[in-house]
Design a protein around this ligand. Structure first.
Ligand SMILES: [Fe+2]
Ligand SMILES: [Fe+2]
Length: 179
């Protein structure tokens, strides 16, 4: 895989680390409602900052526009679908947060599991189809330039904060797996 698409691919695996924690959270629903609320709030924060911030930002402002410019059919097809799904994900996070706020943990968990499932499908389409299409559609120079644009995007949002978020998701996953 090209290093540019590899960067997005790696970010997907960090998102999947947090998704792995979602099912584990279910056990807290009845045993420790306060911890459940706390961790769910942290997960929403993670998905907003990392998945939507660092990751979707690159796809929406850099990758998708370039691919659409190169191929209109893609722009009106799978890429438009990916944009719509990102928008849906943002709405789902708001719904999870609202459920936690009103103290409805069961509802929050339902929404969180739906988010997790849809995100896994979304990631699969990008990993298995979209990134491969990008590699054949874009020239080496375009991919190289995109790599630097991705790095700029991370620097603008904060590179060390990004690493902190990745470490947080890994640590949460290990912690809940052992619980
Ligand atoms: Fe995406
Ligand atoms: Fe993605």
């Amino acid at each position: 895989m090209n290093k540019t698409t590899q960067m997005l691919f790696d970010e997907h695996s960090h998102i999947v680390n947090a998704i792995d924690s979602v099912k584990q959270l279910r056990t807290l629903l009845s045993s420790d409602a306060d911890s459940y609320r706390e961790l769910t709030t942290e997960l929403v924060n993670y998905f907003r900052k990392y998945a939507d911030g660092y990751h979707h930002q690159k796809e929406e402002s850099i990758l998708f526009p370039l691919m659409s410019k190169k191929n209109e059919l893609l722009g009106n097809g799978v890429i438009e679908e990916m944009f719509t799904q990102h928008e849906d994900f943002r709405g789902m996070l708001d719904a999870i947060e609202a459920a936690v706020r009103k103290g409805d943990n069961d509802e929050a968990q339902e929404q969180l599991e739906e988010y997790a499932e849809n995100m896994l499908d979304h990631i699969a389409v990008e990993n298995d189809e979209l990134f491969i299409t990008a590699e054949s559609l874009l020239s080496d120079d375009e991919l190289e330039k995109m790599y630097f644009d991705f790095q700029d995007s991370d620097r603008n949002l904060g590179s060390s904060a990004k690493t902190d978020l990745e470490n947080w998701a890994g640590a949460l996953r290990s912690r809940l797996m052992m619980a």
